[in-house]
Design a protein around this ligand. Structure first.
Ligand SMILES: [Zn+2]
Ligand SMILES: [Zn+2]
Length: 93
């Protein structure tokens, strides 16, 4: 899976590098965890939710895991915002 750095034009932030987040983070009404990989050739690494993390710890990385995560590209600043939201939410609990 070789991915070249890509750019996206975000409605809020303009032209930015991308990061990937799992579909659960994107569709969640409330923050549902935020985990990310160490390395990335994009502006931000792949990020995933609590449920994906649990599956990953149990089953290890696989194509099936990647597919169920349904990663979607978001702009780097939206990625940062999602991460900040999840961290704020956890701090309040
Ligand atoms: Zn997920
Ligand atoms: Zn954005």
């Amino acid at each position: 899976m070789v991915k070249l750095p890509r750019l996206v034009t975000c409605e809020q932030h303009g032209t930015q590098g991308i990061g990937l987040v799992c579909q659960h983070i994107l569709s969640a009404k409330e923050p549902n965890g935020f985990f990310w990989s160490d390395d990335s050739d994009q502006a931000r690494p792949d990020a995933w939710c609590n449920a994906c993390e649990e599956k990953l710890l149990k089953d290890e990385f696989s194509e099936a895991w990647y597919e169920q995560a349904g990663f979607q590209p978001v702009c780097a600043l939206c990625w940062d915002a999602a991460k900040a939201r999840a961290e704020t939410f956890e701090a309040e609990e």
